[in-house]
Design a protein around this ligand. Structure first.
Ligand SMILES: [Zn+2]
Length: 485
């Protein structure tokens, strides 16, 4: 049987965080919150005789994304009409860019599970306006909300360089992270501000041919995108194996059923009868403007990851996790600024803090909302470093901080959690444990080392995790030695 290799390209649509829409003065609102059809005007309703005006801020944001993706910014770009009829598009055409996009020929470097990186080509990024939102009621009626009509969208088109759903995921996550760092999109996919379309074909592994591809539209989360890619790859392999072959098509995705839906045979560009938008001027970018925008770019995820490895001595994997959400990287650096050591802070954040956030399904981008401030985390780790509390106690204090907030030193004092290194109480605990476990003591004396660990655990428990481990171990060894003699 032939082994097949998927060939995947992604189109990512990112809503830009402008205050007003792409071609009119209407505000951009959260379409899951605002009352339908309350934020519209004659321009975005597509009334005859109205004229669009380009949102300069959207152009700037688009160019900044292009620069962050290593794209060339051509000296001019041009808007074009993409003609098609759909109920969410009152004008009967969408203003997009076709022959002359805003940015071309860039790339995104993705991290692969084996630790290597792979460069995925970015063909182009262009600006367009979003269409309205349709809600199908299920009784044969569909509702149209035009609040979203005219919201600026940046479409970022990749080369077909991805070979698995996991690579597509890594690309999507990196791209999401980059546009979040740029502050042009908040990355909240539950609100539809980031949407995906996947172009998929398969070919015999090792060949370089490009077979007929299909396009899966309307993927609203990275998870749906991955599931849809996996299903579509399976479907295409079945079609080639059965001899039927794959036909070019536009496909949908039924998230609830986890199924690919055949929607229509794909239109080609000529079906859209693109032509230059006569109501808008050509957009010119001088070199000076491009350089000004380049200079305004923040430190991006790849550079920040490299710096975390270089300056803080973190592993590339830890650094990658910390930088993938800007909010997490900012939190981490705030903890360091408050005096935390880099590695313990990374361990605590990636392990203990994330575990508590996961337990209540809090996204990592929500880290700014938790009650443990970066300063409190630094204070907590400072208490461990100074030997005031053990690591076990630190986790208990973190529980309190996570639930109630507050100052770690005050919590330790109020609850009597400070580490015990006085020998008196430690010896008392050891004697109590040894007296209560004669069989285990006999076992240790007969050479069963595992039981020695058990006794150590019992003593630590007796001390409620507050015993200074080295002292406890030393005194326990001495007590056992005495019984040997
Ligand atoms: Zn409007």
């Amino acid at each position: 049987m032939t082994t097949y290799e998927p060939v995947i390209g992604l189109e990512v649509h990112a809503e830009l965080l402008t205050e007003s829409k792409m071609f009119c003065a209407c505000a951009v609102v959260d379409s899951t919150q605002a009352e339908p059809n309350t934020v519209t005007c004659p321009v975005c309703l597509g009334m005859p005789g109205t004229l669009p005006v380009i949102n300069a801020r959207a152009i700037e944001m688009g160019v900044r994304v292009g620069l962050a993706l290593g794209c060339e910014i051509p000296a001019f770009s041009q808007f074009a009409r993409k003609n098609y009829f759909y109920p969410d598009l009152p004008k009967g055409y969408q203003i997009s860019q076709f022959e002359y996009p805003l940015a071309v020929r860039g790339h995104v470097d993705i991290d692969l599970p084996d630790g290597s990186t792979k460069r995925i080509g970015v063909t182009r990024a262009h600006l367009e306006e979003d269409a309205g939102k349709l809600t199908h009621t299920g009784s044969g009626k569909s509702l149209v909300d035009l609040n979203r009509a005219g919201v600026p969208l940046l479409e970022i088109v990749s080369e077909p360089d991805m070979r698995s759903a996991e690579e597509a995921e890594a690309y999507a996550r990196k791209l999401r992270s980059i546009i979040q760092y740029l502050g042009v999109n908040h990355g909240d996919m539950s609100k539809g501000v980031l949407r995906f379309e996947a172009n998929i074909s398969v070919r015999p592994a090792g060949s370089t041919e490009l077979r007929t591809r299909t396009e899966v539209k309307n993927l609203n989360s990275i998870r749906s995108m991955m599931r849809a890619i996996e299903k579509e790859v399976e479907r295409q392999i079945r079609l080639w194996e059965s001899g039927e072959g794959v036909k070019q098509a536009t496909l949908g995705w039924d998230e609830d059923r986890g199924q690919i839906l055949i929607q229509r045979i794909k239109e080609s560009a000529s079906d859209y009868r693109y032509f230059p938008e006569p109501d808008l001027p050509i957009v010119r970018m001088t070199e000076a403007e491009v350089e000004r925008l380049r200079a305004s770019l923040p430190e991006l995820p790849d550079a920040r990851q490299a710096r975390f490895v270089r300056e803080y001595g973190l592993s590339p994997a830890d650094a990658a996790t910390l930088v993938s959400e800007r909010a997490v990287a900012d939190y981490y650096e705030a903890a360091l600024a408050a005096g935390a050591d880099p590695q313990p802070a990374a361990n605590f954040l990636l392990g203990e803090v994330f575990r508590r956030m996961n337990a209540e399904s809090l996204g990592r981008d929500q880290i700014g909302a938790i009650k443990v401030t970066p300063e409190a985390l630094a204070g907590l780790l400072g208490l461990v470093r100074a030997g005031t509390i053990t690591l076990t106690t630190a986790k208990k204090v973190l529980d309190v901080l996570y639930a109630e907030g507050g100052d770690p030193a005050a919590i330790v004092q109020a609850r009597g959690l400070a580490q015990v290194s006085d020998e008196g109480p430690i010896v008392a605990a050891i004697e109590a444990v040894l007296a209560a476990n004669p069989k285990e003591v006999a076992g240790v004396l007969a050479g069963q080392d595992k039981l020695a660990k058990f006794l150590m655990g019992q003593v630590m428990r007796e001390l409620r995790g507050r015993g200074e481990p080295a002292t406890v171990q030393r005194l326990l060894d001495a007590a056992l030695e005495k019984r040997r003699g």
